[in-house]
Ligand binder design. Sequence first.
Ligand code: G3I
Length: 332
Amino acid sequence: SEPRLKEMFADDFLIGAAVNPRTIETQEELLAYHFNSITAENEMKFVSVHPAEDTYTFEDADRLAAFARKHGMKMRGHTLVWHNQTTDWLFEDKNGGLVDKATLYERLKSHTDTVVKRYKDDIYAWDVVNEVIADEGAELLRPSKWLDIAGPDFISKAFEYAHEADPSALLFYNDYNESHPNKRDKIYTLVKSLLDQGTPVHGVGLQAHWNLYDPDLDDIRAAIEKYASLGLQLQLTELDVSMFRFDDRRKDLTEAPEELLEAQAKRYEAMFGILKEYRDYITSVTFWGAADDYTWLDNFPVRGRKNWPFLFDERHQPKPAFHRLVERAVKA
Ligand code: G3I
């Protein structure tokens, strides 16, 4: 039987997977064998747990937390403040206009308190604020209702409320395109200013939605070094390696061609080489899924285009990329 990922990297970092109520059943054996951390793919997001002001719905989130307990896995919390998958009521007053800042903060505090306290024995690290940096241009922050109503200090407030709710949780700022130089510098600027204000932020989450071609390995390395220079721990929070360039929308492949599987193996080998070099800073590497039978990339950026981003295939068997990591580990 094959070596376990979590044992291969036991001296380096945790090995995580995003899960949902379906995959904890369809992928249970694979998850239990290779992974020692999970993240809820959608089930702890605002819209999932808090659909109306007086209504919390924790059934799915609770099942995932129970799965982590059953298998002795760590759990990351995802996510408290985001522009996406957040319910409209949060930002609205009774007349359907935008709520005032004080009310928004009361609601954020009450949400954070309820959710973070509920899972304080299960979740050791939270993505407190997700994706607030603007992708393009010189603007630091992405436009959002959070920003419209509260101005930029909703970010530090979110961390303060999370810290009050669970002083022992590790609190992360999490974002994508984190290795692109322009966005990297903006993420650094934001987190540095939070630290300078004394905000309780403990880590940077690099989502790591990568592909066979992008980002450059040098840019990955430079991003890790820049974030590590903040003195914080780093986690890869949503790793996948798409077979397609970001702007490639072709739908003609129905199975993964040999040469792409081989290119993916090389890519994973090089990436994990870098991650191991920085093991003093990187404490966890979470994939945004576990095996190729289920990935959000099957519906992004083109609905219904199959992708094969993981180390395990659609039947949960090891792919060339997995074997390459094993060979590497044996040599090291
Ligand atoms: O729940 C509804 C269901 O009722 C409906 O029938 C179905 C029809 O499309 O949609 C379901 O909602 C989908 C939801 O996932 C739950 O499956 C949404 O359409 C779909 O947009 C949503 O996608 C999620 C996406 O976040 C939303 O932004 C992905 O599963 C999830 O993997 C993805 O995760 C994000 C991270 O949270 C943050 N970083 C980027 C990452 C990838 O986009």
